[in-house]
Design a protein around this ligand. Structure first.
Ligand SMILES: Cc1cc2nc3c(=O)[nH]c(=O)nc-3n(C[C@H](O)[C@H](O)[C@H](O)COP(=O)(O)O)c2cc1C
Length: 196
């Protein structure tokens, strides 16, 4: 299982988000995997909240379980999304909405509260990448931060790359930022897991 997991919310395999995520992963120097939400079948959250009744089990039997398993076994999760209309892409938002079930994993058993479960992602390291043409990415960043806060993830840094109609390859400064983010993620993972 990879130590660092990157989740891409763009369907463009060679797009800017994927490129930046790859730079982040490479610079961690750790075992990593990049997954594309567009390759997975993930239905939308209907808000039934059966997951709360069923201790985190969503009644939808789809690839969200794959995402959860990969997230659980990784030491850090890097989320990347293009800016679509001043926010993250629908693919990424859909995954985040469905992740509400994760908040209820083991509810009551370990926590003694009916409000949340054992919060498997508490203190797990996370970083974000947003690619955009020009502006509006801050809102997407806020959405991702909200997800991190709710899940207990430890957000250590982000990159917003404004590339116009070009590819991010034309912008060495953003590639550099992505590499730095990778290094920061590695440092925090090592600190967290007490490895050198
Ligand atoms: C549906 C859609 C909405 C977009 N909305 C914005 C926007 O609000 N602001 C912006 O700067 N770029 C916007 N863009 C441009 C993308 O964010 C930009 O091309 C990004 O680099 C694409 O990332 P990708 O190559 O990883 O798919 C939009 C593109 C699409 C397809």
């Amino acid at each position: 299982m990879p130590e660092i997991l990157a989740i891409c919310g763009s369907a463009r395999k060679k797009g800017n988000t994927a490129l930046l995520l790859n730079e982040v992963l490479k610079s961690t120097g750790m075992e990593s995997e990049l997954i594309f939400l567009s390759d997975l079948t993930i239905g939308f959250c209907t808000g039934c909240l059966n997951c709360k009744e069923k201790k985190g089990k969503c009644p939808k039997d789809d690839d969200m379980q794959v995402v959860l398993d990969k997230c659980l076994s990784s030491k850090a999760i890097v989320l990347g999304s293009p800016n679509y209309y001043y926010d993250i892409s629908g693919l990424m938002k859909n995954m985040i909405d469905r992740s509400i079930a994760w908040c209820y994993l083991g509810i009551g058993e370990h926590t003694g509260t009916e409000w949340h479960g054992w919060r498997p992602f508490v203190d797990k390291v996370t970083g974000f990448v947003i690619s955009q043409a020009a502006y509006g990415g801050e809102m997407g960043l806020e959405t991702l931060k909200c997800f991190a806060e709710w899940s207990g993830l430890n957000h250590v840094g982000s990159v917003i790359a404004s590339v116009g109609a070009q590819t991010v390859k034309e912008y060495p400064e953003y590639i550099e930022e992505a590499k730095k983010l990778g290094e920061t993620i590695k440092e925090n993972v090592c600190k967290q897991n007490k490895i050198r």
